[in-house]
Design a protein around this ligand. Structure first.
Ligand code: CMP
Length: 138
């Protein structure tokens, strides 16, 4: 059965949207395998966002991700990687379609980093890597 790593980022936790986001994941039919409220560390983020190192928004992204707790989630189901990315919507919350998490709940706050509420693994390889970073015991 396929698994994916989902993060409710600090903006989502701070705005009290964790429950609503978990509700949408479960309402779509996916099973929650692990849910943990965690304070990210520079070590975890360095690994998690290694593909973005050196990009203009990288420093602001790490600072944002350290600004408060993150809800780390592993969800399971047939094609859950594709399904959650569809549920999350486009990266930019301003243009994400209504009906999606980012489209319904997110917007541009005029900050250096795009605060877009959630992260979802983008491939089976990323999911295995990211689950290993956040939940090594799995
Ligand atoms: P995510 O898909 O989790 O991974 C990289 C994150 O960087 C992304 O979500 C956004 O939060 C942020 N991001 C991506 N592109 C930009 C950009 N052009 N400007 C600012 N932040 C960005």
């Amino acid at each position: 059965m396929e698994r994916t790593l989902i993060l409710v980022k600090p903006d989502g936790v701070h705005r009290g949207l964790s429950g609503e986001i978990l509700r949408r994941i479960e309402a779509k039919g996916y099973r929650l395998v692990a849910v943990e409220l965690r304070q990210a560390t520079p070590e975890i983020l360095g690994k998690h966002y290694e593909e973005h190192a050196g990009k203009p928004f990288y420093e602001a992204l790490v600072e944002f991700m350290l600004s408060g707790p993150t809800l780390a989630v592993v969800a399971e189901g047939q094609r859950v990687i594709e399904g959650f990315r569809s549920l999350a919507g486009a990266t930019d919350p301003t243009s994400a379609a209504p009906g999606t998490i980012r489209g319904d709940l997110g917007r541009d706050w005029g900050l250096k980093v795009m605060q877009n509420l959630v992260h979802g693994s983008d491939s089976p390889e990323s999911a295995a890597r990211e689950i290993g970073i956040w939940f090594p015991e799995l």
